[in-house]
Design a protein around this ligand. Structure first.
Ligand code: PLP
Length: 405
């Protein structure tokens, strides 16, 4: 598998030394590094075409608007979105899900209905639903997980019933790596007349995502985890549902007419894009999507699979290591603990070797309780990682054991 080595030259940060050592970046699930194509596109736009969008009739205003809308079109195609006007730019996954919770949940979920989630949700797809449940008086239900960290679908079939208004599930877990059968879960929701929102933050960067096939009502992801800039993300929503929802944020651009005592709303998607959007960031995300498409999402998924399997095998062959998550059907994260070493100490020691991993609860505190740990170490991979990075991780773990255990 040559992908990692082939593309490394495109990522300038991979030449940086950290603590005097070559950087081994194993924290892409938190945020990915950026290729030259994204950096150049962002800079070129700011240097040559920058202006606000949808306002000016001057040349730059039209150029910027064209570029911004081209980004939307390309992203819609990337995720096979059934409708372009359903593709809303947000600041990222949390804002996307908060939008759905506030504008759909608080209006349409009724007292006594249920919201079905899983214990593996990132706080971004849990806390907004806790607030909705409290606000309207709805019940939160959780699809149980089997011991390997996959969802118990037989239980899901029982839990998702006529009381269910919303099913909110992550496509891929940022801790366990579990890839959930979201198509099936969406179907279960639709069978009982519920809506389904899928958190795609860990899926869109790593695998082909086809919303036409999956058929969710809402789908969200973040640009910075897929080689794009920070501060830009996407919510896809079914236009007929978005049309019935009230705005989330108000301000310029999202209105049609404003009077002293009331206002009317712009068409989709602008109704949900209040104020000046993250223009250069959307253009950077467009460049990221082009870059990923040139390599091919199938190839990236294969490379992720190869590296994750390799890392799991290597970690499993070390003594006293607990590994979390299923053995197959998983994304590009490996969460683990080394007996007798706190994950924060492990991460600090690896950092001295230039190896960046994440340690903590990964914004999944309920899942940590389910695993019966306070925290885990997590190495996550992306297209620029290689088997050498896995070897460096294993060597680092061995050193840590000598120093810390
Ligand atoms: N959902 C999942 C599954 C995630 O892994 C993350 C981040 O790690 C988020 C949501 C939050 O996204 P962001 O990092 O853009 O705030």
């Amino acid at each position: 598998m040559l992908l990692g080595r082939d593309v490394r030259k495109d990522f300038p940060i991979l030449n940086v030394k950290v603590n005097g050592k070559p950087l081994v970046y194993l924290d892409s699930a938190a945020s990915s590094q950026k290729p030259n194509a994204v950096l150049e596109s962002y800079c070129r736009f700011c240097e040559q075409r920058y202006s606000n969008v949808h306002r000016g009739i001057h040349t730059l205003g039209e150029a910027a608007t064209g570029d911004y809308e081209a980004a939307r079109g390309s992203i819609a195609e990337f995720i096979q979105a059934p409708a372009l006007e359903g593709v809303i730019f947000t600041r990222g996954t949390p804002e996307s899900i908060n939008l759905v919770a506030h504008s759909y949940g608080k209006k349409f979920v009724k007292h006594g209905q249920s919201i079905v989630l899983t214990p593996m949700e990132h706080h971004a797809n849990l806390v907004p639903w806790q607030l909705v449940a409290k606000f309207v008086g709805a019940e939160l239900r959780f699809i149980p997980m089997k011991s390997d960290g996959t969802l118990d679908l037989a239980e899901a079939r029982k839990l998702i019933d006529k009381t269910t208004a919303m099913v909110a599930v992550t496509h891929a877990s940022n801790v366990l790596g579990t890839i959930n059968p979201v198509g099936e879960i969406v179907e279960l929701a639709h069978k009982v007349g519920a809506k389904a929102v899928i958190d795609g933050a860990q899926a869109v960067p790593h695998m082909p995502v086809n919303l036409r096939e999956m058929n969710p009502d809402f789908y969200s992801f973040s640009g910075h985890k897929m080689l794009g800039p920070t501060g830009i993300g996407v919510l896809y929503g079914r236009p007929e549902i978005l049309n019935d929802m009230d705005p989330f944020l108000t301000g310029g651009e999202m209105i049609r007419e404003v009077y002293l005592d009331h206002a009317t709303w712009n068409d989709l998607p602008y109704k949900f894009e209040a104020g000046t959007p993250a223009i250069a960031e959307a253009i950077g995300l467009h460049a990221a999507v082009r870059y990923l498409q040139e390599i091919g999402m199938e190839r990236i998924a294969q490379m992720d699979h190869y590296l994750t399997t390799h890392a799991l095998e290597k970690l499993a062959s070390e003594p006293d290591i607990a590994l979390y998550g299923p053995l197959s059907q998983r994304g590009a994260v490996t969460s683990f603990n080394v007996k007798g070493i706190h994950p924060h100490d492990l991460a600090a020691l690896l950092d001295r070797e230039g190896i960046a991993i994440r340690a903590g609860h990964h914004c999944c505190q309920p899942l940590m309780r389910w695993l019966d740990v306070q925290a885990t170490a997590r190495a996550s991979f992306y297209l620029y990682n290689t088997a050498d990075d896995v070897a460096a991780l294993i060597e680092g773990v061995r050193t840590a054991r000598k120093v810390l255990a």
